[in-house]
Design a protein around this ligand. Structure first.
Ligand code: SAH
Length: 502
């Protein structure tokens, strides 16, 4: 249930005492947020004993935040229950609106009464409810402590992680923006992000982590739609045309790819639309149309058509040039990626002779960088487009000692082990779900001297490390890198060494 916000005088908004080098300077308001309770067990009725009853089901209460969840929400106690409030920090006292929604509580932060010194107050425009930047209201030191605590706790069984490598200017770093299009209740075109776990679009024009040019291009497209009679797609009726716009920016090359994700290949007025968009943004280097007729949460469909340009963008990473297609995975924070990869290569301890497996290799970035210091590199990746990019990138950079294969990394490794092949080093960088037993058991069979495990999800990484440690490997180093400032995500690279080869 959504609780209507009450209008307040400006003086009611407090300012944070501390200075920050946040790029959004002209802010004065606390932002509001909402959160769900976690335990979901109590069926007791709400009592309006704290402050006042707002409506039949909504009460306003004063609460104090005692800690943070790993999702960055403030933990508060209310009527014997532990609840989570978005955008609330430890030590803060706040007025919240609580309403019951089935077995859950919906909590909206109405007003921070006592503000934490680590709070960064943001303008409303850059704040989007519960989507994306969950901890943008924390200053950099608090964000660092928050992430370090998460990784330290998860990695406790394996050793003490190094201090997290932070980003010097932790804003506007994303090289990929995806915005979803729709209509609001007044039938106006909106663009934004899906609210967490739903397909409800939260309108959003910009964010402190997005590439600013990419945000600008998306707003231009939104502004053009009416005059080109382009309707946004509506999931409920299946009508309309434009579903999403994806913009990829080569942060070094300056090249920009725009992908119009549409529901049907019938693009009325295509030539004029393309012409107008190029005129407004001559900096766009390639434009694609991707047809997505699916009903799931995948952004891109299979059908793709290049409307102008080469259909890919090029970027430079660790001194090598990479061509990237629309559908391939490419790390979204290139500044931090260079630091992450440098650590991964250091942990691999390459001397020029080793056979290195680059598992879950994407467009071949880690493998190609490693190939300069290795005997040979074998890359494996599930996504066809990414493998094609990896092979192309290998040629583009004149790399002669790397081969890339398409397939499931687990199956590939099982076959490698069955054929009795050898690997000296395995570098693995699986998706958020982590690796699987097929892969890990084959690693144990292949017995590489070192495993370098790059992960964007320390929970699944800890699970997989447990397996490797149980089966003959020892963790020798854990290096967290902040790849996603302002968000709750934590990335880490871990070095494992074989204790006793058979
Ligand atoms: N190492 C790359 C990509 C890491 S992201 C980089 O740093 O850019 C994880 C990659 O794993 C994605 O490219 C994804 O397509 C791929 N992937 C997901 N499941 C896979 C599987 N079962 N087998 C192989 N690759 C997989």
């Amino acid at each position: 249930m959504k609780v209507p916000m009450t209008k307040r005088k400006k003086s009611e908004y407090r300012k944070s005492g501390k200075k920050s080098h946040h790029p959004e300077k002209k802010y004065s308001r606390q932002h509001q947020g909402r959160a769900n309770r976690t335990d979901g067990k109590s069926k007791g009725k709400l009592k309006a004993n704290d402050v006042r009853q707002r409506s039949q089901k909504t009460v306003t209460a004063e609460v104090t935040c005692s800690g943070l969840t790993d999702g960055g929400k403030g933990i508060v106690q209310w009527e014997g229950k532990q609840l989570e409030v978005a955008n609330l920090l430890p030590g803060e006292t706040a007025e919240v609106n609580i309403s019951k929604k089935g077995r859950f509580f919906d909590i909206e932060l109405e007003r921070v009464i006592k503000s934490s010194e680590v709070r960064v107050n943001l303008p409303r425009s850059s704040y989007y409810k519960g989507v994306g930047c969950h901890i943008q209201h924390m200053n950099e030191h608090a964000q660092k402590r928050f992430k370090q605590k998460i990784i330290d706790e998860l990695m406790k069984p394996f050793g003490k992680p190094e201090p997290i490598i932070t980003m010097e200017f932790p804003f506007y770093y994303r090289n990929k923006n995806v915005m979803t299009f729709g209509l609001n209740k007044k039938r106006q075109i909106i663009s934004g992000l899906y609210a967490e776990n739903t397909h409800k679009i939260i309108p959003m024009e910009r964010s402190i982590i997005h590439d600013q040019k990419a945000d600008e291009i998306i707003q231009t497209i939104k502004g053009m739609m009416k005059s080109f009679k382009m309707q946004p797609y509506r999931e409920d009726t299946g009508q309309g045309f434009l579903r999403h716009v994806l913009v990829r920016v080569g942060k070094v090359s300056g090249e920009i790819m725009v992908v119009l994700v549409v529901a049907s290949p019938m693009f009325k007025g295509k030539n004029n639309f393309v012409k107008a968009l190029r005129k407004a943004h001559p900096e766009i280097t390639t434009l694609l149309m991707n047809v997505n007729k699916r009903n799931d949460s995948m952004i891109l469909g299979n059908q793709e058509k290049v409307l102008f340009g080469k259909g890919t963008i090029t970027d430079t990473l660790c001194g090598l040039k990479f061509d990237i297609s629309a559908k391939s995975f490419y790390q979204i924070n290139p500044v931090q990626t260079e630091k992450l990869y440098a650590k991964a290569i250091e942990m691999a301890e390459l001397t020029g002779k080793e056979t290195v497996v680059d598992a879950y290799c994407g467009i071949g970035t880690i493998g190609l960088i490693a190939s300069q210091e290795a005997g040979k590199v074998i890359g494996v990746e599930l996504n066809k487009d990414a493998v094609r990019d990896a092979i192309h990138n290998s040629k583009r950079n004149g790399v002669k000692n790397a081969r890339f294969y398409q397939g499931d990394a687990g199956e590939f490794m099982v076959k490698m082990a069955a054929r009795g092949e050898k690997a000296d080093v395995v570098i693995m960088d699986p998706p958020r779900s982590g690796s699987d037993e097929a892969f890990l058991s084959s690693v144990v069979k292949l017995q590489p001297k070192r495993v370098v495990y790059v992960s964007c999800n320390p929970v699944t990484q800890a699970r997989d490390l447990k397996y490797l440690v149980k089966n003959g490997y020892a963790v020798e180093g854990i290096q967290p890198v902040d790849m996603f400032p302002q968000t709750v995500h934590v990335e880490a690279v871990t070095k494992l060494v074989l204790k006793m080869p058979n």
